[in-house]
Design a protein around this ligand. Structure first.
Ligand SMILES: [Zn+2]
Ligand SMILES: [Zn+2]
Length: 94
């Protein structure tokens, strides 16, 4: 996992989100976690991306091989500040 320089939070861990979520915070994110030998690495997609790429449309854990199976979907993800994104995400999901 990388680190990003956030104007608000300084050096923060990145969250990987789809291009729509990176620019439009009104969309509802769905969290898909990749299971890397026990470490759950979260990735967020909007519902359009889930449909477009045939990903599960509910929060779930996927095996590491999903990154290759859904290569186009994961290649499109953008890094954003994990602290900012998680705040927005929690504000939406309660
Ligand atoms: Zn999207
Ligand atoms: Zn931030």
């Amino acid at each position: 996992m990388g680190v990003i320089l956030c104007p608000e939070h300084g050096r923060a861990g990145i969250a990987l989100v789809c291009p729509h979520l990176a620019t439009n915070t009104d969309r509802t994110p769905t969290r898909l976690q990749i299971d890397l030998s026990g470490f759950k690495w979260p990735h967020w997609f909007c519902s359009d991306c889930l449909k477009q790429f045939g990903l599960p449309e509910f929060e779930t854990d996927l095996p590491e091989t999903a990154v290759e199976s859904y290569q186009d979907a994961f290649a499109a993800l953008r890094p954003v500040c994990g602290v900012c994104f998680t705040k927005q995400y929690e504000a939406k999901t309660g």
